[in-house]
Design a protein around this ligand. Structure first.
Ligand code: HEM
Length: 158
């Protein structure tokens, strides 16, 4: 049912243009990697603070507030750069377990980041127990790491 849609997406003008160019895929993927570095950094700063590993002189809520614009803008960059990469190899992605793992983890990571994690990280100091803070941080790191691994794994999956 989905395959005809993915075939049409791969045959799209953007898909053709990226596939037909020697430089477009690596240039777009370079922006994808820049976005990855920024979103990774902005997420980990708050998660490491929630784990009590670093920046203990800063309140979690202050850090979460300051990192929010970086998370949002780099997420937009990842989606805007990911779509042309995807369109250039949509059929490969359709058959790629790595792609579906990544997209499922990405949906979970975005939902978790903008709901539960946002509430816990935005709360006044001490509202939630250290165990709860650690559980939220480890879940966040696991979800976003799966997205990254899935992305790298697509490239290895033929
Ligand atoms: C925050 C969200 C995202 C993260 C953290 C992420 C992460 C990654 C990583 C680490 C790579 C491997 C880059 C490399 O090794 O050169 C990658 C490649 C890729 N990503 Fe993403 N990505 C995200 C969003 C997206 C979205 C929304 C799409 C599609 C709609 C997408 C589609 C792709 C594709 C097609 C590749 C190329 C795989 C290949 O090498 O053939 N990504 N991504």
């Amino acid at each position: 049912m989905l395959l005809p849609l993915f075939e049409r997406l791969e045959a799209s003008a953007i898909g053709e243009a990226v596939r037909g160019s020697l430089w477009l895929f690596p240039i777009v993927e370079a922006f994808h990697l820049i976005g990855l570095a920024v979103i990774g950094g902005a997420i980990l700063v708050v998660d490491f603070r929630l784990l009590g590993l670093t920046l203990r002189s800063h309140s979690v809520s202050r850090l979460a507030h300051d990192m929010q614009p970086w998370v949002v803008s780099s997420l937009v960059l990842m989606i805007v750069s990911g779509i042309p990469l995807f369109l250039s190899e949509a059929i490969k992605c359709y058959y790629s377990f790595a792609f579906w793992t990544k997209m499922t983890a990405l949906l979970g990571a975005v939902l978790f980041t903008f709901t539960l994690r946002r509430v816990v990280a935005g709360a006044p100091e001490g509202r939630y127990s250290p165990t709860w803070n650690r559980a939220v941080a480890l879940t966040s790191i696991a979800l976003w790491s799966t997205v990254g691994w899935g992305g790298r794994w697509i490239g290895f999956s033929g």
